[in-house]
Write a protein that binds this ligand. Structure first.
Ligand SMILES: [Cu+2]
Length: 236
């Protein structure tokens, strides 16, 4: 993972803590097993001894594991303190006509097997989402058929698009990190779910405005062409 939005670096940290804990446990358990097998092995041919640990030993091992669990819990809480920080729009982000910082709300609709994005001005795009940098982005996840999962893990925790419900996922990317981020639909949503990929392109607020305006007029032009074809009787 390469975190690029507030909160995602915390998820990354938690992942690392979990990994280190797992490695420590695997080594400790195997070392203990290896030690016990070597230390208490019986000679070939003789009946193996039956060993019983004293009560004290059980308490010591139990205590040690409790301390380990407690340590993990504390580390998890301490290092993910900022995970609930919400993304915000800063000075370089998208501003309104009255130069107030804005939050951009975009509808992301999952369908077998494509993501559709609907922008505030009525423009839409498939597969690729374009967002302004330094701006709080709020995605409203919807689904027209089955459960899909919007998963661009450099930007946000993954979130489900469930039919009949709206889920929200928020992120913001600093202008220094502007670029393209790859993602997918990480819930089995049918035959071609592996092809249900997505891409988030982070551009400057001006480029974003230009993008949605161009998209909007392209869509309107295409609709006009269809309408005139119908009027001429050449129904497509
Ligand atoms: Cu899907």
């Amino acid at each position: 993972m390469a975190p690029h939005s507030p909160g995602t670096d915390q998820i990354d940290t938690l992942l690392t803590i979990g990994l280190i804990a797992a490695v420590i446990l695997v080594i400790a358990v195997n070392a203990a097993l290896f030690f016990a097998v070597r230390r208490f092995r019986s000679e070939r041919g003789s009946a193996p001894r039956q060993l019983l640990g004293g009560r004290g030993l059980q308490f010591r091992v139990g205590g040690l594991l409790t301390a380990f669990a407690l340590l993990l819990f504390i580390l998890g809480v301490v290092f993910t303190d900022k995970a609930r920080e919400t993304p915000s729009t800063n000075d370089s982000g998208l501003v309104s006509a009255k130069s107030e910082p804005q939050t951009v709300t975009i509808k992301a609709t999952g369908q077998q097997w494509l993501w559709r994005y609907d922008y505030p001005n009525g423009a839409f795009s498939y597969y690729k989402l374009v967002v302004p940098a330094d701006t709080a982005i709020e995605l409203e996840l919807l689904s027209t058929d089955v459960v899909h999962t919007w998963n661009v893990n450099d930007l946000a925790p993954k979130a489900d698009a469930v039919p009949g419900k709206t889920h929200k996922v928020a992120f913001s990317v600093s202008g220094d990190d502007a670029g393209v981020f790859e993602g997918d639909s990480s819930t089995l949503s049918g035959q071609a779910y592996a092809a249900m990929r997505t891409e988030v392109e982070v551009v400057s607020p001006d480029e974003y405005k230009e993008f949605i305006q161009t998209r909007k007029s392209e869509i309107e032009d295409a609709q006009d062409r269809v309408v005139s074809l119908i009027e001429e009787g050449k129904t497509p």
